[in-house]
Design a protein around this ligand. Structure first.
Ligand SMILES: [Zn+2]
Length: 619
């Protein structure tokens, strides 16, 4: 039976996140560096299966089941090894050659490319010993012999065919050198070395295989491009490989932090200076696959970019990719003339660490510094950019936190921020279901109290009422946060269009809120009864809320006479509000022009409510 090569399996295993793969079958929740879940291989009552992403294994402490990600998928799905490999590859976005007739050829290609890369690496490392310019260059950049060896730094001599000839003497054809990305075909026919007169840095996979090269010219200012990288080959997929991750992995895992820089030498200098939790994106933007890889090892990510145009653009692009991962993102844009390499060589590692601590910003501050906000148009761009990025966060709690932070820091209307655009794609990772009541709070059960449910029904079926809600809306009176978010979104639509539209609202809502609306009972109102009931429900909701405020005041035990005075005053104020609201209720229940007089009374009362609630919070 055809098999995927061991080398490929090892690469896939290093790339696949065992936690997200297993989570498609079993809910898991994090406990320290491991994840815990109900074992599917025995009749498990309390979670006994541990998953350790850094080791790529799972283990059940009750029945002993355990192994790697493939073993889990094989046993759980009762499928063979190859099918498990394919399933894991698909789940991890890993490009896998097909195991059909052409597979043998592909496997051979990969083996040839790997062998040629190893040959080239040996050759480059040998050549640098005889190349004075390269040695001087290395010395100028202060790179030690040990670091040279670790990162496989060598030299490609300035000849047309020295590597191709060497390969030929070992039985490799010129075509195979082209396949490996080490040679180019000439228009006039024939094949020449791709890398000539360049300092060569080997690009290594997580499993320490040499998958490609980056070549740097040693004299700046010539016409040649500063860096030349290997093209995509059967072995080298740029979106899967992060330069330096094989060396940095342990240090990243230990610190929980990773620093992402732009250039090979930025990384090498930092690494040599002792800052080893660092990776570089080589000749490509940070991809989703990169982000997933990093999220396995790090909770916090520092993006370090040059202050030039491309650097700023790359920072924005990386942000978009990283937002859904839920990592803590900090961005450091260096002043124009600085790069990490020079900085650490001139001022030392501590200076760089200090810079990270003091100058790296969260994404809100980063955007605020990057985007001008002088005119209404510029501010609109700024706000919608923030909204777009927050909307990409998958974790609902984290999303809410950033939403709060954004409204605190910038004068953005709460309603506008609440109208989140929908996610560009559905979250892939299922949220773990609660397995143990004591340890994990159940997700907010979206059941409204009867009065709040009635209020929502009224609002969704009588669009004209949104004008009144827009005139006065105090989120503090409502018990359900889901209802508040829903009303916020509705108000945003009202602000944008001057009218409420249920279809538009339903497009913006998460499924749970939509479900809430769909379950509302069928009911119709005429304009007058709708207005009356709008007021009646608002008043009743406020009375309930005040009732809870009174309870919490009664539960307090003031320690000083000043505290006693404040609590007593608040209790009296609370009682006054309730009494007057009861009067509004009585008026509403009356007959002729009752709505008008009740509305007037309510309008006089409601202005004081937000102030009262804020005093309650501060007391
Ligand atoms: Zn078990």
């Amino acid at each position: 039976m055809a098999r995927y090569s061991e080398e490929l399996i090892a690469q896939l295993k290093a790339n696949a996140d065992i936690v997200s793969v297993l989570q498609t079958f079993v809910p898991l929740r994090q406990r320290g560096k491991s994840w815990l879940g109900i074992c599917p291989f025995h009749d498990d009552r309390s979670p006994s299966m541990y998953v350790t992403p850094s080791m790529g294994i799972f283990k059940c402490f009750a029945c002993g089941a355990g192994g790697d990600v493939f073993k889990f998928v094989m046993d759980h799905e009762k499928i063979d090894f190859n099918s498990a490999v394919e399933m894991v590859a698909q789940e991890s976005g890993f490009s896998l050659p097909t195991l059909k007739a052409e597979n043998k050829a592909e496997m051979e290609d990969r083996a040839i490319v790997l062998a040629l890369n190893e040959l080239a690496h040996e050759y480059f490392c040998e050549q640098i010993k005889h190349a004075k310019t390269a040695q001087d260059y290395i010395a100028r950049r202060g790179v030690s012999a040990e670091i040279c060896e670790r990162f496989g730094i060598g030299y490609a001599p300035d000849n047309w065919d020295s590597l191709v000839s060497l390969a030929a003497s070992r039985g490799f054809s010129p075509k195979q050198c082209v396949l490996a990305g080490l040679a180019n075909e000439k228009d006039a026919g024939g094949v020449v070395d791709k890398f000539r007169g360049r300092l060569m840095i080997s690009i290594q996979s997580l499993t320490n295989k040499i998958v490609g090269f980056g070549g740097r010219i040693m004299v700046d200012g010539t016409n040649a491009p500063k860096y030349m990288n290997s093209p995509e080959t059967p072995l080298y997929h740029k979106s899967d490989i992060l330069f330096g991750l094989n060396h940095a992995r342990q240090s990243i895992e230990k610190s929980g932090e990773v620093i992402v820089v732009e250039g090979y030498f930025d990384l090498i200098s930092l690494y040599q200076a002792g800052i080893q939790n660092v990776v570089a994106v080589s000749g490509t933007a940070l991809t989703e696959q990169h982000a997933r890889l990093l999220a396995r090892y790090a909770k916090r990510i520092f993006l370090v970019f040059d202050g030039d145009g491309p650097g700023r653009k790359a920072a924005r692009k990386s942000l978009e990719t990283l937002m859904p991962m839920g990592m803590e993102i900090r961005i450091l844009v260096l002043p124009d003339e600085d790069d990490p390499d020079e900085l650490v060589r001139e001022k030392g590692a501590q200076a760089f660490r200090d810079l990270l601590q003091t100058r790296a910003r969260d994404f809100l501050d980063h955007l605020s510094a990057e985007l001008p906000q002088r005119t209404p148009e510029e501010r609109t761009v700024f706000h919608s950019e923030i909204r777009r990025l927050i909307a990409a966060i998958r974790d609902p709690l984290l999303k809410q936190e950033y939403l709060n932070l954004a409204t605190q820091r910038y004068p953005v209307s709460r309603q506008l921020m609440a109208s989140m655009p929908t996610l560009s794609r559905p979250p892939k990772i299922k949220l773990p279901a609660p397995t143990d009541e004591n340890e994990m709070p159940p997700p907010e059960a979206i059941i409204l109290s009867p009065i709040e449910s009635r209020f929502l029904n009224l609002m969704t079926r009588n669009p004209f009422l949104w004008k009144a809600l827009h005139a006065w809306f105090d989120p503090d009176i409502f018990e359900s946060r889901t209802l508040v978010e829903l009303l916020d979104s509705g108000l945003a639509i009202y602000e944008e269009d001057g009218a409420f539209d249920l279809a538009k609202l339903s497009l913006r809502l998460p499924n749970t809120s939509l479900d809430l609306i769909q379950r509302l009972p069928e009911e119709t109102w005429n304009a007058e009864t709708a207005q009356k009931e709008f007021l009646a429900t608002l008043v009743q909701i406020t009375i309930f809320r005040l009732g809870r405020a009174r309870q919490s005041l009664q539960a307090r035990t003031p320690e000083t006479s000043e505290q006693l005075r404040i609590v007593t005053e608040l209790r009296l104020e609370c009682n006054r509000f309730v009494k007057q609201l009861e009067v509004v209720k009585i008026k509403l229940a009356g007959e002729a022009d009752s709505l008008q007089s009740a509305s007037l009374l309510w309008a006089g009362l409601r202005e004081g409510l937000p102030k009262f609630f804020s005093k309650m919070i501060n007391a």
